[in-house]
Design a protein around this ligand. Sequence first.
Ligand SMILES: [Zn+2]
Length: 77
Amino acid sequence: MKNNRQRFIMDLERLNRFNSQGCPACGRKFSLGDPVVVACGAWEGGAKVVHENEAVLDYSTGQYVERRCYAARSGAV
Ligand SMILES: [Zn+2]
């Protein structure tokens, strides 16, 4: 697997940027040093930053998808 540029570690700058809304997958705030990914999900507004363990990498698109959304999607097809 290639090193993915959609995955990164929360630093102070990003923390300030993203913690106004928190994590759209679990509703909690991010912590410094959390591994996070840019993922698509059932929320509005396209891809957002979520905790890494709340998203799965969809190998067909190379994009992270929020877990519940991914499960719903693969169940529907
Ligand atoms: Zn989260």
